[in-house]
Design a protein around this ligand. Structure first.
Ligand SMILES: [Zn+2]
Length: 472
């Protein structure tokens, strides 16, 4: 059959009325294509250093210090680029602008915590000649993804005398790794009949950490004792020191290029360290922006933003009040409200990329795709938009026009089919404070899994989008 040909008029009408859905890659110059790959190298380096929220904060802080950022307590007026760290797990960066803050700031938020397995307060035990650690999963994980893989153990502990101990085992290629074995297929008939949410119960997420007994054959729990002896000689810690410690079991392997064309980054914790890195590097490029620009890197997003390092904490309020004082504007509650209500914000968080293998879970007309740029999510929430944040049409229009004007490649984003689930971000807390805010971020495949995928051109475009927003 001969191919049907559209008339010129139809073509023109389509161009005028229909939405264009270009690939980022098709619009890039050859120099920009090189920049995309260069930028991804820096990003992967950051991912590999910032494997936990504490390490992500210290990685960002190192970069900020090199760019001349100073602690807010040492900053003289607003002549400096400023940072504030709260409890090693929440970071705020600011570049003071030309206008008074009460005329509005530009804020980009992201979060640096990621789903993982935390060590329980009393984790260590011995059974069947093995020393084991009990874990407690953190955030939205599919428990079965965490067995039969190499894990690293990273965290912060305190000795009985209060000395801080940084634990890190499993990241270097010659380090031992830790693991949770799965049941062999030969004996899994019952396990295989269970629901996926149940066949690895949380209490089965037990990590094997040793098998050699202590030399005294008459001692009880000899393997546990030998492991404690080893931990004491390496770190000076005892069994009691696990209580209150923050030790995380995370995937041991580093982030790597993915795809034969190396177009993607495969790595743990890209939700949401990709927005942390892209917003920080966008901020670093600013000199004297029109509005004061702020980037916040929150902790505890994955468990509902509770606690004093989360988006629900008073950290940002206090920081902005201190900053007001530096600009000789009284830090009254009223002025702070003006900073928020006159301000504009982007809630930088990843969105779900349509996975062709699981197409049924998505609503393809309203979900973002790999390689089409930063996704804009007008509203989040679950079911009937419950617990979500819904940007005002006026603000959504402003962001869209800005991105179009500055050649930012963006696409519509949402979290799958309405009845399939849903989720939220930190946007609602800033919206509650009075800010105009909308969610946006790059699409991710395998979100919350130990190996997430993000396209390098989307990552690069996200950084560009944050930059033009901060400069607006
Ligand atoms: Zn996230």
């Amino acid at each position: 059959m001969p191919e049907k040909k559209e008339s010129k008029k139809t073509k023109e009408l389509k161009e005028k009325l229909l939405m264009d859905k270009p690939r980022v890659w098709d619009r890039l110059s050859s120099q920009e294509k090189e920049d995309v790959f260069d930028y991804a190298r820096g990003y992967m380096d950051f991912l590999n250093k910032g494997r936990t929220e504490r390490r992500a904060v210290s990685g960002l802080l190192d970069m900020a210090s090199q760019k001349g950022f100073v602690n807010i307590t040492d900053a003289l007026g607003t002549s400096n680029r400023i940072y504030h760290v709260s409890r090693g797990k929440l970071l705020i960066l600011a570049v003071p602008g030309q206008k008074p803050m009460t005329e509005g700031i530009r804020l980009v938020t992201s979060h640096v915590d990621s789903p993982r397995l935390d060590i329980k307060p009393n984790p260590l035990y011995e059974e069947e000649g093995l020393a084991m650690l009990k874990t407690h999963y953190y955030g939205g994980v599919k428990k079965y993804q965490w067995v039969a893989r190499s894990l690293a153990m990273i965290g912060t502990m305190f000795t009985r005398s209060g000395k801080v101990v940084d634990v890190e085992i499993g990241l270097n290629s010659d380090d031992p790794v830790l693991t949770i074995p799965d049941l062999l297929p030969h004996l899994s008939r019952k396990q295989m009949e269970q629901k996926a949410s149940e066949f690895i119960p949380a209490e089965n997420l037990n990590v094997i950490i040793g098998s050699l007994p202590y030399e005294d054959k008459n001692a009880s729990d000899r393997v546990k004792l030998a492991i404690l002896d080893l931990l004491f000689s390496k770190y000076g810690i005892t069994e009691e020191d696990f209580i209150g410690a923050e030790i995380e079991m995370i995937p041991a392997e580093p982030a790597r290029d993915a795809g034969l064309d190396r177009s993607l980054v495969a790595g743990y914790g890209q939700d949401d360290r990709v927005c942390a890195y892209t917003s920080a590097t966008a901020l670093f490029q600013l000199q004297k922006p029109l509005h004061t620009c702020v980037a916040v890197f929150y902790d505890k997003e994955e468990i509902g933003s509770e606690g004093n390092t989360s988006a629900k904490s008073a950290a940002l309020d206090l920081f902005l009040m201190e900053l007001l004082e530096k600009t000789e504007i009284p830090s009254s509650a009223r002025n702070l409200r003006h900073v928020f209500t006159a301000g504009k914000a982007l809630s930088g968080d990843v969105t779900a990329a349509v996975d062709p293998t699981y197409g049924d879970a998505y609503e393809k007309r309203n979900n973002s795709k790999i390689g089409h740029g930063i996704g804009i999510t007008k509203y989040t929430g679950a079911g009937g938009k419950y617990m979500g944040s819904d940007a005002n049409a006026e603000y959504a229009s402003w962001v869209r026009r800005l991105f179009n004007e500055k050649n930012i490649m963006w696409q519509v984003a949402g979290l799958g089919k309405v009845d399939e689930g849903g989720g939220g971000t930190v946007a609602k807390y800033m919206a509650n404070a009075g800010m105009d805010i909308i969610d946006c971020g790059p699409p991710i495949l395998g979100m919350h899994s130990p190996l997430e995928l993000c396209a390098k051109d989307d990552i690069w475009m996200t950084q560009k989008a944050f930059k033009v927003f901060l400069e607006s």
